[in-house]
Design a protein around this ligand. Structure first.
Ligand code: 13P
Ligand code: SF4
Length: 300
């Protein structure tokens, strides 16, 4: 009897598939993936793969981005219900209304958004390149959707005039300033790194605010021995695996993204057997959304 891992690896070969996993996926899902990364790295990988099938272990907007970049490939999201509540906090119609209020504004949209919202936007960005993307734009004002906290972080760093949408990540807002203060007391020599989706009063207490892969690179620095980590807890899997002997402390064990946890090895296998659920963006939306994602990938 073959193990589930062996069955997945065999089917992956047979179907010419690649498995991409976000840094918040279950440990066993990360371990079977061909590549594990943050949203920017995953969209870069998706834009370059020669595989016929992309099994996306992440949430819906990530699989949609892979489909936007690869209209001829089959993109599978092993649980069709794995969404991102923040991405659902703005619709294309709501964005059109905002654009009508500020007709001269440039729209920058966080990658955590639907393809339909991206199709209404000028630029896409991730937490890894948001500051770089916004800095590169020569505009009087910028509408930034949907994450108010990433938006205000970018605004502070760039000094640009930004109109923010009141979206937020329900997982990252569970991390509170008192959690950071308590951890700092427990580990007085530790550095503190958080994700820019955290509340501004949490970011203010941190040494750095970085994307998930930015956190991994920060942790690899030789001078970092103990690190308080303010993001989704599953990132500790890679942190521990890649940095033996270092100490990683979750800022709050409540920071769990239930949608990221919907993908299991069993569902990955099932997706490869049935070639479903497929995520495919309708062509008229895809073309417009592609322009917004492509502008970001060209900036880097
Ligand atoms: P990263 O792009 O930093 O991996 O973040 C994605 C995300 O959904 C954070 O909640
Ligand atoms: Fe969305 Fe937050 Fe989950 Fe990231 S952690 S996928 S922003 S709900």
């Amino acid at each position: 009897m073959k193990t589930i891992n062996d069955q997945i690896l065999q089917l992956k070969k047979d179907k010419n598939a690649v498995i991409l996993s976000h840094n918040y996926q279950r440990a066993e899902v990360q371990d079977i993936a061909d590549f594990v990364g943050d949203s920017l790295e995953l969209s870069q990988k998706a834009s370059k793969t020669s595989a016929a099938v992309i099994v996306f272990c992440g949430v819906h907007f990530m699989a949609e981005t892979a489909s936007i970049l690869n209209p001829d490939k089959t993109v599978l999201l092993p649980d069709a219900g794995a969404g991102c509540p923040m991405a659902n906090m703005i619709t294309a119609e709501q964005l059109r209304q905002k654009k009508a209020e500020y007709p001269n504004a440039t729209v920058v949209t966080y990658i955590n958004s639907s393809a339909a919202v991206k199709a209404e936007s000028d630029y896409c960005c991730t937490s890894a390149n948001g500051v770089k993307v916004v800095s590169s734009i020569n505009a009087e004002e910028i509408i930034f959707v949907p994450d108010q906290y990433l938006g205000s972080f970018i605004q502070k760093k760039t000094g640009k005039k930004m109109i923010l949408w009141p979206g937020y990540c329900p997982t990252h807002v569970k991390i509170l300033p008192e959690d950071i203060l308590r951890r700092k007391k427990e580990y007085p020599n530790a550095k503190v790194v958080v994700h820019p989706e955290c509340r501004p009063d949490v970011i203010d207490l941190a040494d750095e605010a970085l994307s998930t892969s930015g956190i991994l690179r920060y942790a690899a620095r030789p001078e970092v021995k103990e690190l308080i980590v303010g993001t989704e807890v599953e990132i500790l899997h890679r942190l521990n695996k890649e940095n033996p002997g270092k100490k990683f402390i979750p800022a709050s064990t409540k920071a769990v993204c239930p949608n990221m946890k919907k993908i299991t090895l069993e569902k990955v296998l099932e997706a490869l057997v049935t070639m479903a659920p497929v995520v495919k963006v309708p062509e008229e939306i895809r073309i417009k959304a592609f322009a917004c994602v492509d502008r970001m990938l060209k900036i880097g």
